[in-house]
Design a binder for this molecule. Structure first.
Ligand code: SAH
Length: 371
């Protein structure tokens, strides 16, 4: 814990080790903000909601979402909104506090749950936690963007003698160097973490992501709300995605541990399984499809019309391309949603089949229809 990458370095952003969508364009967070408002409306405008972000990085994403909430103040004025950030990195939580509150925060060491609290620039209370379990229960919107890919994975390989785990060992030939080895026999992880129906020969499993999804599923089933998970990922097809990034370049995962961002693609098929049918899931769909369905083209047009210098316009077009181009972030990032079953099945459907058409679609996961 004291020497880990996110506790010591945690380099999100241009000057760090990797760059993320909210750091590239304000539009990304704005459209996610709209998604939550749309779900809030679709579920009958409850009088309070919590926005819970897991791994908020620099806080840019929540900042863009809060700007949307404040622009839609006339709609949300009677709703009691609070922000709950789950962050382990002391350095990043300070950066988030600066970004969201201008640095006006109170640390809360005696409080077992929230270790820090403050008020956003737009007047909304914000709380910081180390674990999702500390966040109060209640109708909540959860957000995990480039969070699950940062959690540790186990790697496994199928052999003639059965599943073996890929482990890290000290290289006996070269001092101070690590190497990968195969476990000589099965391990507790090979016994517990591989799905019986697995067909791949190499597989990466992130049990922490599975536990997190189970927690989110229980919370959403019980208290309502929704979760939006966006990350690099695949639907149970890829086998070898574990890699490191340092200074925006690929980095050997075994070299200088703790100094590079380690990441593995999220296996959405595993997440779906881990919901155990408690809730409904939508996606994964590609980032470019989700953002298009959310109206990114219209938003870009408005921003282009409102900006009068060509440098800003070029920057807007460049960041749009970065988010949407299939060769850049458009195809490899995916959106996945968790929703209560009741959100997708109209409660009155059996009484009046026509009323099915009243069921509001979930934004982003279907084509945008302009009336
Ligand atoms: N969502 C942000 C940042 C992604 S980087 C963005 O899109 O820009 C991953 C984030 O998760 C960082 O804020 C990191 O400190 C946090 N993090 C990593 N492991 C964590 C854990 N186990 N619990 C809580 N936060 C964690």
């Amino acid at each position: 814990p004291p020497q880990g990458y996110y506790t010591r370095r945690g380099g999100v952003g241009e000057g760090g080790d990797f760059i993320t969508s909210p750091e590239i364009s304000q539009v990304f967070g704005e459209l996610i903000g709209i998604w939550y408002v749309s779900e809030w409306i679709a579920t009958g405008k409850p009088n309070a909601f919590q926005l819970v972000e897991l791994g908020p990085g620099t806080g840019a994403l929540t900042d863009d979402i809060l700007r949307v909430f404040s622009q839609l103040a006339s709609l949300l004025s009677k709703c009691d909104i609070s922000i709950h950030l789950v962050e382990v990195s002391p350095k990043l939580s300070e950066i988030q506090a600066q970004m969201l509150t201008g640095g006006k925060v109170q640390s809360n060491p005696e409080d077992k749950s929230a270790y820090m609290k403050g008020i956003s620039k737009t007047g909304i209370p914000i709380y910081w936690y180390r674990d999702i379990q500390d966040v109060p229960q209640g109708y909540s919107f959860y957000l995990a963007h480039e969070f699950l890919d940062a959690l540790p994975i186990h790697k496994f390989q199928r052999t003639e003698k059965g599943w073996r785990e890929v482990l890290v060992d000290i290289d006996p030939e070269v001092p101070d160097q690590l190497r990968f080895v195969l476990s000589p026999s099965s391990t507790p992880a090979t016994e517990n973490f591989i799905q019986p129906e697995e067909t791949r020969d190499h597989v990466e499993v992130c049990p922490e992501a599975g536990v997190l999804i189970q927690r989110l599923a229980c919370r959403i089933e019980k208290c309502g709300g929704a979760a939006l998970i966006a990350d690099y990922g695949h639907d149970g097809t890829k086998t070898d995605t574990f890699r490191g990034f340092r200074d925006h370049k690929l980095h050997d995962v075994l070299r200088a541990p703790g100094t590079a961002d380690l990441t593995a693609d999220v296996d959405f098929s595993y997440l779906r399984k881990m919901t155990q049918g408690k809730i409904a899931t939508l996606g994964p769909i590609k980032q470019r499809e989700f953002l298009k369905n959310m109206g990114i083209d219209l938003r870009l047009q408005v921003l282009l019309q409102n900006s009068h210098d060509s440098a800003t316009q070029e920057q807007l077009l460049r960041s749009y391309d970065m988010l949407m181009n299939p060769k850049k972030m458009g195809d490899c990032f995916n959106f996945f949603a968790l929703l209560p079953h009741r959100r997708l099945t109209h409660p009155y459907k059996n009484h009046n089949p026509q009323s099915k058409s009243l069921l509001p679609p979930v934004a982003g996961f279907g084509e945008l229809l302009l009336k």
